[in-house]
Design a protein around this ligand. Structure first.
Ligand SMILES: Cc1cc2nc3c(=O)[nH]c(=O)nc-3n(C[C@H](O)[C@H](O)[C@H](O)COP(=O)(O)OP(=O)(O)OC[C@H]3O[C@@H](n4cnc5c(N)ncnc54)[C@H](O)[C@@H]3O)c2cc1C
Length: 428
């Protein structure tokens, strides 16, 4: 049977936040868009799902997605010092199934055609008129997702072909489109994040927690969602060692539940008196917690200068472009913002301007974050910088405010040192 052909102005591979938002913006302006995603239905993207106040302010409609807003945060230094932050501007935590579906539905409502199809690099060809994408027979593992369709209603594995002028790679950290068009990123420019989705504690309001790791680069998080908690650890590829980090995460999870039952209990340290309770919590988690792991781009500072994310007839967005904060691993804001900058450039028929626009908009700050990464997780006056930062913030309102702004996404890295120093000099 000959392949079925459909023509589009833009072919977007990947319907995460970057791809879906770009599809929505383009389709709303009358561009004919095809949006592809190969994720099996019901399988969430591995993610904490934290969306900063900065992102919520930029795109208030995100608050319509089913999630939870958070205006208080517990932070822990590597030695276990606690800092309670009341956030002036709340951030939100979403299940990635709900968040991604919400954005995908918006793209569909705007007029984009959504296909449940995995596009492999082998199935992408450049032609005189643009691009041809082919879902290679048998390559798809995707079941049709809610809001998706197969062309003219054939069975999911029918060989299909799509033609388009512009190819957009929004297919995440492992992007095969980016590998083909911009070259592969070395493993050293990837961060690792892994964790568990676990049940909410039986009673009380579960706190949102960020704890810098004792003796390791990175941090652990507990992000309560509506029906479960996402626990996780983000660290660099270089620092990643599966066994000790997994143990650390289990210690963190045990500490988290332990503190719900006994507010005097420590987060990291289990006392003799805690042993029985810990065993009970561990047994419950062993049968309920679901593990996940994935990579996040963490570009080196020099790569920000050399990597190009668009060219004649193609562009990369979000994780596929390498756009995540190398200190925190936060990427949802950059996925959405890169989609917006690309769509704006495309709609005024200067798609290549996208390169300059992302550099001006957030590129400098992400490059600065790469330069700071080592120092952020390194030592400062004989102790980890994160230990000092939490320690100072506990005793100083100005520093606490700067830390709150950092969490909100409002405080960039370019002037972070200056802001901290200026706050430290102001009276408490
Ligand atoms: C464990 C973990 C925790 C994180 N926590 C946070 C957090 O709390 N806050 C935050 O801001 N960031 C977080 N991040 C980063 C964040 O998840 C990403 O930066 C963000 O999802 C990037 O969005 P995206 O649209 O570029 O890519 P993705 O969200 O990865 O979406 C890519 C889409 O492309 C699809 N796809 C991939 N290959 C193909 C193909 N060949 N054909 C068709 N479809 C394809 C995938 O199914 C996916 O739906 C975390 C990352 C990890 C790994």
């Amino acid at each position: 049977m000959p392949p079925l052909m459909e023509h589009f102005d833009a072919l977007i591979v990947g319907a995460g936040p970057a791809g879906s938002f770009a599809a929505e913006l383009l389709a709303r302006a009358g561009v004919k868009v095809a949006l592809f995603d190969g994720r099996p239905e019901g399988e969430p993207k591995a993610c904490g799902g934290g969306v900063t106040a900065k992102a919520l302010k930029a795109w208030p409609h995100l608050l319509n997605a089913v999630g939870r807003t958070v205006d208080e945060l517990e932070m822990y230094s590597p030695s276990g010092k606690r800092l309670h932050l009341c956030l002036e501007e709340p951030f939100a935590i979403y299940s990635r199934i709900a968040f991604d579906l919400y954005l995908r539905e918006r793209a569909k409502t705007a007029g984009a055609k959504v296909f449940a199809a995995k596009i492999s690099a082998r199935g992408i060809k450049r032609t005189q008129n643009g691009w041809t994408l082919r879902e290679v027979l048998g390559a798809s593992t995707a079941a049709p997702q809610p809001g998706s369709c197969t062309p003219r209603g054939e069975p999911a594995l029918t060989r299909s072909e799509w033609l388009g002028q512009m190819l957009v790679g929004a297919d995440g950290a492992g992007s095969s489109v980016a590998r083909m068009l911009a070259g592969p990123l070395p493993p050293s420019e990837m961060e690792i994040a892994f964790g568990y989705r676990a049940p909410l504690p039986e009673s009380g309001e579960p706190p949102t927690v960020i704890a810098f790791l004792p003796g390791w680069i990175g941090y652990a998080w507990a992000f309560p969602r509506l029906d479960h908690i996402s626990f996780g650890i983000a660290t660099t590829q270089e620092a990643f060692k599966h066994q000790p980090l997994d143990k650390l995460l289990w210690d963190f999870m045990l500490g988290y539940y332990r503190q719900r039952e006994d507010p005097k209990a420590k987060l990291w340290a289990s006392r003799k008196a805690d042993r029985e309770r810990d065993e009970r919590i561990r047994e419950k988690l062993a049968t309920t917690a679901e593990r996940y792991a994935a990579r996040i781009p963490g570009l080196n500072d020099k790569t920000w200068d050399t990597r190009r994310v668009c060219g004649e007839g193609w562009a990369l967005l979000g994780d596929a472009a390498g756009f995540a904060d190398p200190v925190t691993g936060e990427g949802i804001y950059y996925a959405l913002r890169s989609a917006e900058l690309f769509a704006e450039s495309f709609l005024v028929q200067t798609p290549l301007d996208y390169e300059e626009r992302w550099r001006e908009d957030f590129g400098r700050d992400l490059k600065r974050a790469s330069q700071m990464r080592r120092r952020f997780y390194g030592n400062f006056w004989g102790a980890p910088f994160t230990e000092r930062m939490i320690g100072f913030a506990r005793g100083h309102r100005g520093i606490k405010r700067v830390l709150g702004d950092l969490v909100a996404g409002e405080q960039g890295y370019v002037d972070l040192k200056k802001k901290l120093a200026r706050s430290a000099l102001r009276p408490v």
